[in-house]
Structures are given as C-alpha cells and as structure tokens.
Write a protein that binds this ligand. Structure first.
Ligand code: TRP
Ligand code: SF4
Length: 403
C-alpha cells in the first residue's frame, strides 16, 4: 500500500556473509539494481541478524560487512540512488523492536516456519531469546522506514506476513484516538475545498461500493498533499478504510524469482556446498573452476556423445550465452563434434567479461577504503533521519513523549 508521505519506498536487508557469489548477484542484487530506478530504495547490512545465529563469532563481522557492501557496489547498486546502511548504526531499530515486543504474542513468533526449521537444523543451542525474536526485529527493520515493498525471496515471505500482522495490531491499538472521527473530519477540511470534495467522494465509493480503484486514487490524492501534517495523513489514510490512524503501514512482499544460477556442481550455488564463483573472483581461478566442472556423466571420452540437459555447464550457459551458442552446443554435444573444453570456453569468456565490469565498479572502493566508509556513514545518517521521524510518531502513540 501507499505510505504516508513516502508512496514507493522499498527496503531490503542482507546478513553480512562476506564476499558474495554469482548466485547472490543473479538471485538478489540484479533485482535490487532494477528496483533502485523505480523506487526510493533502502538496502542495509543486517549485522544484528547475523548475531542471532552466529553470536559466538564476532571476529569476522567487520571484514564481512565491508566486503559485502563493496560487492553491492560492484553489482551496480548506485549510492546516488539507493541509501545503503548498517542496521546497528541506526539503533532506533532496537527501540522499535523493543516497543513492538510488548504487543507481539509469543505464539506468533513460535509459528514462524524458519524458527522451527532452523532450530532443528542447528540444534538446541539456538533456544535464545534473540533467535526466537529475530522475525520481530525484521518487522521493526521494515516498519521503521514505512516501506511499501520488501524485495525478498520465498523463504522470507512469512516474515513480511508477520510484519503486516504486527502493523495491523499496532495501528489497531494505538491508532484509535478518542476523538478520531472529529480529527479526521478536521483533517479533510484542511485539504482545501476541491481536494476535500474529491476525498469524500472517493472514500464513499470505497466504503459503500468497495471500489478498490477509488481507494487507490484517494491514496494518490493524499500523497500529493503538501500541507497536511504526518499525523493528519495517518488519520486520512485510516479514515479511508474505516479504521483508525495508520501509523505503521502494512508492507507488501515483492517476490524475487529464485535464482536459476546453479553452482559448479549443479546444486544451488552456496558457500556451504563449496561450489561458488565469487563476484570478484580471480580470473585464473574462475577459469580453473569452470574447466574442472563436472559434465554429463555419460561423456567419459571426447568421442562419447552427451546430453546438455544432463549437464551443469549447460545450465550456466542459460544465464550467460545466447540461443546461437545453445544450438551449437546441442548439436556439437549430441554428435560429439565438440569437446567439453570447447563448450566451456564461451561460458568462461562471458563470466570473465561480467566480472571485469564488477571489478571495475568496485575498484575505487577497494583502493580507498575510506570511500565506502564515508558512503555508509552518509547512508546511516539518511536512514536515521527517516527512522527518527517514524519513532517520533510511535513514541507519541505509545504515550512516551512527556511534553
Ligand atoms: N532476514 C533476512 C535474511 O535472513 C534479512 C533481513 C533482515 C531482511 N531484515 C530484513 C530482509 C528486512 C528484508 C527486510 O535474509
Ligand atoms: Fe556439457 Fe558441453 Fe560437455 Fe555437452 S559438451 S557434456 S553440454 S560441457
């Protein structure tokens, strides 16, 4: 949905895992890079989230954070468009997390699928408060920027769902002021005659006839209003739907298609399978990694025909090369007229070409590490401004302003 004052803001976070690989690039980062042109974008390093599962290994945190941010830049995240920051540098996330914890039933956290799954996978030592609570921390991450969209993979959708439920509960508890109707009506009048009339008629179309397009148009109308305070906008959004103030808008998950990029062995590319090509991997290493990739097991000798459909090399070709190359491979492999080394060469060329671009984008930041630190410091400052604005509203709603 649209957000008071910030119609199209997206937010996404990534745990600091250190250097990123081509699976991250094709699965997540390419999507971010497209979105940054369409939306006001916030991308952050979820360092506190990393501690929910890896609290006992802080040594590498710093290195992992900077390597990862440089990989974002290498991929083409544009600091002129997107705000990049580190979660722990905006401690308001923790404040919102704490305040929201009061209205979050334990059962909501216990039924998050990743909780049960991961707990089984990683063993009982993860019976910590932090681990159980991490989807709520994620909700705070999202709600504090009043993001309308959250680009994530399938596995994260339940967390966005939880976020929506928490926002709804928050607005329900804190958005119903005693004199709400009068305040909302006063806010309508403050828009001016013409806008007020349009607002009323759109509201009526929605509440009486369920006309969704009227709701959309009314929200757009509100977004255009320059002279309405944030508090009044929250009232006017809520009033449209017959509820109270919408202090924390409900975000939508924006599903990232699962990456089709397999690893060197045909399984999903992942550090733990040891089948990755890093985004800024060394050229000679990339060549040798691809050269030693397994192929169709039926092609033992150069003279044995093979089937590209059974070959992980051909899977990578789907991402990196075009239809001409694919039909050349199809014919050549099945008739044994080309060898696997021949087949791998155009793939190697394309991967190296893509990586040269990435290394080029990363190079100023690799050479001068103060650049990336400065850029993140600016991003943290910008993020904090927005977070503070929300927190002011939240503190006020929860009776914590003491004015
Ligand atoms: N939980 C996410 C992951 O493990 C990372 C994350 C933390 C996130 N906070 C977020 C993603 C907010 C999107 C929005 O991948
Ligand atoms: Fe795989 Fe190419 Fe060899 Fe066929 S020729 S088995 S597609 S590497």
């Amino acid at each position: 949905m649209n957000v008071p004052g910030t119609p199209d803001r997206i937010l996404s976070g990534m745990r600091p895992t250190g250097r990123l690989h081509l699976g991250h690039y094709h699965g997540v980062l390419k999507n971010w890079i497209e979105l940054q042109h369409e939306y006001e974008s916030f991308f952050f390093v979820a360092d506190w989230h990393a501690l929910t599962t890896h609290y006992e290994s802080p040594e590498q945190m710093s290195e992992h954070v900077w390597e990862m941010v440089i990989d974002w830049l290498a991929a083409g995240v544009d600091p002129g468009r997107a705000t990049m920051f580190i979660q722990s540098r905006v401690p308001e996330h923790a404040e919102l997390n704490l305040l929201l914890s009061n209205i979050t039933p334990l059962s909501w956290l216990e039924r998050v699928p990743s909780y049960k799954d991961q707990q089984e996978k990683l063993g009982d030592h993860l019976s910590t408060h932090g681990f159980l609570g991490y989807p709520l921390l994620q909700s705070a991450d999202i709600l504090i920027y009043r993001a309308s969209g959250v680009p994530v993979g399938e596995d994260q959708v339940p967390h966005v769902e939880l976020t929506r439920e928490i926002a709804r509960r928050f607005n329900y508890i804190y958005g119903r002021e005693r004199d709400y109707e009068e305040k909302a009506e006063a806010a309508v009048r403050k828009m001016g005659k013409k806008a007020a009339k349009l607002y009323r008629s759109l509201r009526q179309s929605y509440t009486e006839k369920g006309d969704e397009s009227a709701l959309e148009r009314a929200r757009a109308l509100l977004n255009e209003q320059q002279n309405v305070t944030i508090g009044d906008k929250e009232r006017l959004y809520g009033y449209l739907e017959g509820g109270g103030r919408i202090i924390l808008p409900e975000p939508e998950a924006m599903l990232t298609k699962a990456s089709k990029l397999p690893g060197l062995d045909g399984q999903k590319m992942s550090k733990s399978y040891n089948n990755t090509i890093y985004m800024r991997d060394d050229e000679a290493r990339v060549e040798s990694k691809i050269r030693s990739m397994p192929t169709d097991p039926a092609r033992v000798r150069r003279t044995d025909p093979g089937d590209p459909e059974k070959c992980p090399v051909f899977d990578l070709h789907q991402i990196y090369t075009g239809p001409d190359v694919h039909s050349w491979i199809n014919e050549g492999c099945k008739s044994a007229s080309i060898g696997c080394i021949d087949c791998k060469q155009p793939l190697i060329d394309k991967v190296l070409e893509e990586q040269r671009l990435m290394k080029e984008r990363a190079s100023p930041y690799v050479e001068d590490s103060t650049l990336v630190k400065k850029l993140i410091a600016d991003g943290c400052e910008r993020a904090q401004e927005v977070a503070e604005e929300t927190m002011h509203e939240v503190r006020e709603a929860m009776g914590l302003l003491y004015t």
